[in-house]
Design a protein around this ligand. Structure first.
Ligand code: PHB
Length: 374
């Protein structure tokens, strides 16, 4: 039997991926001020279409679900045709793309909420030790308003409608952002969920919001086109649980029964968008493998060697790269050629226009440029 590698194609349900090198979701803040995708974004995603699969940056399902400026949305019909430009450009280059659907919950702030009220979350527990960022001033986090059942139902509906719009816009699937201390993760973790109703208390209850979301969206668009991302090891934004392993093995088993497109696991050593020390109490994807029978994606701090090893040994089926896809639009070709990789510059991560966004060169351009300057 031929050995598996990052370059072995992968059948993801009915979607054929040309390799197993996945572009991880990355907030880049290049939408317009009304959360509309821009032509700059079309170019950026088109440049990266050689990934086996692109997962879009977090797309807010409602204005209430946003924390940062210039993140794109799919809460209005007019955003469908703008996203369609992105999916068409990726498909025209033989690529595939999922939409990551996002609600930030308590990471938002009244200054960016449509009703100027504090953000909504499972429980009125603020994030500590950090400040609201990427606004002109750094404001302290606020105590969020506790979601009512009606509020929960309304958010589930926003996710469902955004999922339906995603397919109208030509996305190949949707990934629910259940990681990094955002709304779904706030329900999962005991530190942020102190509810006494059916959404709080034991693990089954804390995972109920995620389960209901998956069921609602799966029933509307097909379970095999729905994926979930989790970050079992991360404590970023106070996403703390009293028993991370028990929580996440339950989540993996519960999701396994849903026959999803894939389960996406953020590996230890990642705090949001940054590298961090590996937590003592880490839950890597390998610890969840036996609990999830479907396609498993591992993302976070991978090198070419660690990624290939994960595929070869069957620990993961697909491997995501985030920061390296920022600075290497043609990452698969570079890995295959053993070519040097460019390091990303953080200054262009979230701000501004084309610079540091669509200006990283393809290998051929880089070599031409280098031969001109020697
Ligand atoms: C970020 O904008 O830094 C960010 C967004 C979503 C994440 C993590 C980090 O899940």
């Amino acid at each position: 039997m031929q050995e598996l590698s990052l370059f072995t194609p992968y059948q993801l349900g009915s979607i054929e991926l040309r390799n197993r090198i996945i572009m991880a979701p990355l907030t880049r803040s290049r939408a317009d001020e009304y959360n509309n995708p821009t032509d700059l974004m079309v170019k950026y995603y088109a440049q990266r279409a050689s990934a086996g699969l692109i997962i879009s940056e977090g797309i807010i399902v409602s204005p209430q679900g946003a924390a940062y400026p210039r993140v794109p949305g799919l809460f209005e019909d007019k955003q469908v045709s703008l996203w369609e430009k992105v999916t068409k450009a990726v498909h025209a280059r033989g690529g595939k793309i999922f939409a990551q659907l996002w609600h930030v919950g308590r990471q938002s702030h009244s200054t960016v909420q449509p009703d100027r009220m504090p953000p909504l979350a499972p429980s009125p527990v603020p994030i500590t030790g950090a400040t609201y960022y990427r606004k002109p001033q750094r404001l302290p986090y606020e105590t969020p308003r506790e979601l009512t059942q009606q509020g929960i139902d309304s958010i589930k509906n926003d996710f469902r409608e955004a999922a339906i719009r995603s397919f109208e816009a030509g996305f190949d699937g949707v990934e629910l952002h259940g990681a990094n201390g955002y709304l779904i993760d706030q329900f999962l973790n005991s530190s942020s969920n102190q509810r006494t109703d059916k959404y709080g208390g034991n693990i089954v209850n804390r995972a109920r919001f995620l389960e209901e979301l998956v069921d609602t969206i799966g029933a509307s668009v097909g379970f095999d086109r729905v994926a979930v991302r989790i970050s079992p090891s991360s404590t970023w934004m106070d996403a703390e649980d009293e028993n991370k392993l028990a929580l996440h093995t339950y989540v993996a088993e519960m999701l396994s029964r849903k026959n999803l497109a894939y389960l996406h696991v953020v590996e230890p050593g990642i705090a949001g968008s940054q590298s961090t020390d590996t937590s003592m109490e880490s839950v890597p994807s390998s610890a969840l493998r036996e609990y999830f029978s479907g396609t498993l994606m591992s993302t976070g701090g991978h090198s070419y060697l660690s990624a290939n090893k994960a595929i070869e040994t069957g620990v993961a089926d697909l491997v995501g790269f985030g920061r390296l896809f920022i600075s290497n639009p043609d990452l698969p070709e570079r890995l295959q050629a053993g070519a040097p990789l460019l390091e990303p510059r953080r200054t262009g991560f979230y701000s501004g226009g084309p610079d540091g966004y669509i200006t990283y060169p393809f290998l051929e351009e880089q070599l031409k440029e280098e031969s001109r300057t020697v």
